[in-house]
Design a protein. Structure first.
Length: 430
């Protein structure tokens, strides 16, 4: 009896020493990979196994049994094993320890092909708040081929002690990653904001203003004013497919392309054709850009434009109906070559041009009703005496009232050009 009691006390002392050692080493770090490595090493030493591993289950899709992290350790010459999906499936289904000392003849896994000298296996679940987050496994008992009930009990205790720490480390890693992503997006938004015009152009005889509100921190809408010479300025409003960071990167590409070609292309149509070809070769097949682009000759009061698949802008003159500017072609980057067309409209005093993205016209309220082009048209008709800046704010205010607290699903961008009485002869300034 005394010998049995001494043996029991010795085992308890070894367990306590193992757990204290494990707690000490893993409490010194929050790095998930480091914690996994320490738990695996201590587990192998505790149960005298050749190899060990931890498999963390993807919490977003556990039924697929896709693992997030797997690590192995071995001081033997044996190849490193990986848990077969059948074994992972058994653990997920049964949520209890698995011990097999004759794995190749285990009826629970009959027909399962295993490469190498795979003899014995001991797996225990890693559970946090009744939820399986992973599996701790030991493979091939050293010296003898049999894992014991004591080994299973000790590995289960290690699993219970480690599970919450592993989960905390995983959450900490996710939080760090999320913080890093948020910081990158914040910097991207800052860069994107700096790419947009800092102020509106001062053009004799015209008011030209623009405003863009991204649905996310960064967006895919783009507007620009590009001076060409003393009497001409190019205007552009584009909408890149998609949202967020990928769309903002393509938007920056579009801006650089358009600004460079504006200064060298002989006509609006030529500029669009060249831009389309460059974007076709620099973007993936699923990405495209809608673009309305035009050049205003404020000495001749002529506006030459090309509409590449964009929402048709509205041109308000003396007639009761607005003129929609449709002439152009397909969206950019869909085909390498396309015969785009251009057209010209003439500005008279009081005429207004409204260019908008679909985030304005398709803004939804709680009843899933769109704001619509008709509302834009009616607002402009009723408020043509307002300045261009006041008109933009009026439209945005109306859209906000229509949405009634519903979050915008797409970027919203407006550009307004209005001809006014102005006898100045100074050149364009930005």
């Amino acid at each position: 009896m005394l010998q049995e009691e001494n043996k029991r006390l010795k085992i308890a002392l070894e367990e306590l020493s193992t757990l204290n050692d494990l707690a000490r080493v893993i409490s010194s770090t929050m790095d998930l990979d480091a914690i996994i490595d320490k738990v695996v090493h201590r587990s192998i030493r505790a149960v005298h196994a050749q190899q060990g591993m931890i498999t963390l289950i993807d919490e977003n899709n556990p039924e697929v049994m896709r693992t997030l992290i797997r690590t192995n350790d071995s001081k033997s010459d044996q190849k490193q094993y990986h848990l077969n999906q059948n074994i992972l499936g058994w653990m997920i289904k049964n949520n209890q320890p698995l011990m097999s000392n004759d794995f190749l003849n285990d009826k629970r896994f009959s027909g399962l092909k295993v490469e190498g000298d795979f003899k014995s296996l001991l797996c225990v679940p890693l559970i946090v708040k009744n939820r399986l987050i992973g599996i701790l496994a030991a493979i091939n008992k050293k010296d003898v081929n049999l894992f014991s009930e004591y080994d299973q009990r000790l590995l289960s205790i290690i699993g219970m002690q480690s599970a919450q720490i592993l989960e905390n480390a995983r959450l900490y890693e996710q939080e760090k990653s999320l913080h890093s992503i948020k910081e990158e997006i914040r910097l991207a938004a800052k860069i994107q904001f700096e790419l947009l015009p800092k102020k509106f152009p001062d053009v004799p005889g015209y008011e030209i203003v623009g405003k863009s509100v991204p649905a996310q921190l960064v967006g895919g809408d783009y507007f620009d004013f590009i001076p060409i010479d003393e009497k001409r300025i190019a205007l552009a409003l584009g909408d890149v497919s998609g949202k967020g960071l990928p769309a903002s990167l393509l938007m920056a590409n579009l801006q650089a392309t358009l600004r460079s070609l504006t200064l060298v292309s002989g006509s609006v149509c030529e500029c669009i054709c060249r831009s389309n070809k460059l974007l076709f070769h620099s973007t993936s097949s699923e990405k495209f850009v809608t673009l309305f682009y035009g050049v205003l000759d404020f000495e001749k009061h002529q506006f030459h434009y090309c509409n590449a698949g964009h929402n048709p802008p509205m041109f308000f003159s003396d007639s009761d109906e607005s003129l929609t500017l449709n002439t152009g072609g397909i969206v950019l980057s869909m085909m390498e070559k396309f015969d785009f067309l251009e057209e010209t409209v003439c500005f008279k005093t009081g005429d207004v041009l409204v260019i908008y993205s679909d985030g304005i016209s398709e803004a939804l309220n709680k009843d899933k009703e769109e704001f619509g082009e008709e509302n834009i048209e009616n607002i402009v008709k009723l408020n043509r005496r307002l300045t261009a800046n006041e008109l933009i704010e009026k439209i945005f205010h109306s859209v906000t009232l229509h949405m009634d607290g519903v979050d915008a699903w797409d970027d919203m961008t407006l550009l307004v050009v209005k001809r006014i009485n102005d006898d100045r002869t100074n050149n364009i300034t930005l």
